[in-house]
Design a protein around this ligand. Structure first.
Ligand code: BTN
Length: 244
């Protein structure tokens, strides 16, 4: 059993979805253990809101399984995206690469989506954070709601294991910060890198399109949109920026 930064690491050549394997692992996991599952290829990767996630070789597909209160699920969306953001900062050589965070869980590289995060409940007290990172290629999909990009597209060359190791180091540091100073500290750092904070954005979900000023995120991870002086809390949706 290989360990990376205090995580059990299980790697597979091919899986339907690393999140499914993570759920299986959680069924026989022992309290105190945490595990990261990776696959070189995914044949039935899941995205948010019922979308699919393209699983070809070269990109990173991983699921972290860890113990946490189910009510903290949405908080781990921010931990995951901030850890990804900080990992890419470490690998970024040129400062001309623009990195931003987009609510609820996207990392934008030069304005395009470089990763995806899907939080799910595991067995018992375990949560699963499933993360896909476009290391080598940006999938092209008709139904892709947002333009995609890869790290390779901007000249960042890395392999799955090197990226994973740094990512887990960043994750552990963020959890220490949360533990020592409270979750608001994590959110504050996230917001420092958020795209269009204080500016007008559009949020779309199944039945509505809302326009307003992005004023912040509440303690439960809901997006706060100010519309004609009143504050609207949004729990789920896709954010679009004014220039799009
Ligand atoms: C999104 O829609 O942006 C979320 C995509 C999440 C994809 C990752 S890849 C690893 C893990 N396994 C899955 O089936 N999905 C997540």
């Amino acid at each position: 059993m290989e360990m990376i930064n205090n995580w059990i690491w299980q790697s597979f050549d091919e899986l339907d979805s690393t999140n499914n394997q993570a759920l299986e692992w959680s069924k026989s996991a022992v309290s105190g253990q945490r595990c990261v599952i990776t696959a070189k290829k995914q044949t039935a990767g899941r995205g948010r809101r019922g979308r699919q996630w393209i699983g070809g070789e070269g990109n990173l597909f991983m699921s972290l399984v860890f113990e946490a209160a189910p009510c903290d699920l949405s908080k781990f969306v921010f931990v995951s995206s901030l850890a990804l953001f900080q990992t890419i900062v470490v690998f970024r050589k040129q400062d001309d690469i623009l990195l931003e965070l987009k609510w609820p869980n996207d990392v934008l590289l030069n304005g395009a989506k470089v990763s995806g995060i899907l939080l799910e409940k595991g067995d018992g007290d375990f949560l699963i954070s499933g993360i896909g990172v476009n290391l080598a290629f940006a999938p092209v999909l008709d139904s892709l709601v947002y333009p995609a990009i890869s790290l390779k597209d901007v000249g960042i060359q890395t392999d799955c294991k090197t990226f994973l190791k740094e990512f887990l180091r960043q994750w552990n540091m963020i959890l220490d910060l949360w533990h020592d100073y409270g979750f608001q500290r994590v959110l504050d750092i996230w917001l420092e890198h958020a795209k269009s904070l204080g500016q007008e954005i559009v949020v779309k979900n199944e039945n509505k399109t809302l326009k307003g000023v992005f004023t912040g995120i509440d303690e439960n991870g809901a997006l706060l949109l100010s519309q004609n002086g009143s504050l609207v809390k949004i729990l789920a949706g896709d954010v679009f920026f004014n220039e799009e």
